[in-house]
Design a protein around this ligand. Structure first.
Ligand code: MRU
Length: 346
């Protein structure tokens, strides 16, 4: 199974360096919270659930070498590591969800320090296992929405590389493929960082799932031609009203889908739901380096001195989302009501 990292008995978190795919399957080892934070910030690892799991393991690595028996010093080191990991990327809520869960376990476990460290290691691995099993369920529930062979368009990479394994949007596509119902995946290249072309196409190619790469601007053409049966994307944060933050370009797809009466599905584990954020307006959108837009793989593609904008995510209003597929069930509008039934599971 493809996974974004492995974690060895000697506590090395070995990432696939996603910046270098598909050209090279290089690895990036991390054995401290600082190295994990660097991997998240520089997008060695990316995708909402994957960065949550990596951060949980990073938090454990942050406290692992604490040698004293004084709980106050332990908790201040925990806080310091948590703040460092939380400062890496602002939009995906899974990062904060995983760090809060780890901190809660530490506070609520009345254990001597050495045992508490082992407890935190186990908790991080449990977060990882739960994510893979959530993805399998999302895959099955999402695939149940289709009874005949389909063409699906997806954006960015919501696959095994973006999660603990298997993927959310690509989990549905994998399950449809296993059921013999996946006719063709249209893969948006996903400028500026090309997660669709570099990562989604890499996963689909490796597994022999039929796909075609398209530039982002071709999506409307294929919808108008009747060649897209559904759009399935992942999410970085889903607000209480169903507004969904996902990779820049997702919103345009949802508007096009509405125009062409094509179902637009968001697939995400409940760790991506954020009940404390009432609507998309309150979601912080990461602004990234302008050179990601003004150049492509290091080659400048516009006049020197041309300025650019580079928001990494956009917000798709809940009213454009046909259904949200989670491991606890498929919910439909009105989202303030349907999502609230999932909050307590979170
Ligand atoms: O900037 P990235 O590559 O981390 O953005 C990833 C996405 O937008 C994914 O669609 C999202 O995190 C869902 S991954 C299951």
């Amino acid at each position: 199974m493809i996974a974004p990292f492995t974690f060895s008995q000697d506590d090395t978190l070995l990432f696939i360096d996603q910046r270098r795919l598909p050209w090279e399957e290089a690895s990036f080892p991390a054995s401290t919270a600082q190295e994990v934070a660097q991997a998240i910030k520089e997008m060695v690892v990316r995708g909402a659930p994957a960065i949550g799991i990596a951060a949980a393991i990073g938090l454990y690595l942050g406290i692992k070498h604490y040698k004293k028996s004084d709980p106050q010093g332990f908790f201040s080191l925990l806080k310091e590591s948590k703040n460092l990991l939380a400062s890496t990327r602002p939009t995906a809520v899974n990062l904060f969800w995983a760090l809060d869960r780890m901190e809660r376990v530490a506070i609520q476990s009345p254990l001597p320090i050495e045992k508490l460290k082992r407890r935190l290691r186990a908790e991080a691995l449990r977060i990882w296992e739960e994510d893979v099993s959530a993805n399998r369920k999302i895959g099955a529930l999402g695939a149940d929405l289709f009874s005949s062979p389909v063409r699906i368009l997806t954006h960015c990479n919501a696959g095994a590389l973006a999660t603990g394994g298997y993927g959310t949007a690509l989990g549905i596509i994998r399950t449809l493929h296993e059921r013999g119902l996946m006719k063709l995946v249209l893969v948006d290249e996903t400028r500026p960082l090309l997660q669709g072309a570099r990562l989604t196409a890499w996963e689909l190619y490796k597994e022999g799932i039929s796909h075609r790469l398209i530039t982002d601007s071709m999506a409307g053409y294929f919808m108008a031609k009747g060649l897209v049966n559904a759009i399935v994307v992942g999410a970085d944060r889903i607000a209480a009203n169903g507004d969904t933050a996902n990779k820049i370009g997702t919103y345009s797809l949802a508007v096009l889908a509405k125009r062409h009466e094509i179902p637009f599905y968001v697939a995400a584990p409940i760790s991506t739901l954020d009940p404390s954020t009432p609507s998309g307006d309150a979601i912080s959108i990461e602004e990234r380096r302008k050179t990601e837009v003004t150049s492509l793989e290091g080659l400048r593609i516009c006049p020197r001195g041309t300025m650019a904008f580079n928001p990494a995510f956009d917000i798709t209003p809940g009213e454009l989302v046909t259904a949200i597929i989670t491991e606890k069930g498929v919910v439909q509008p009105p989202y303030p009501i349907s999502l609230s039934s999932l909050w307590e599971e979170r």
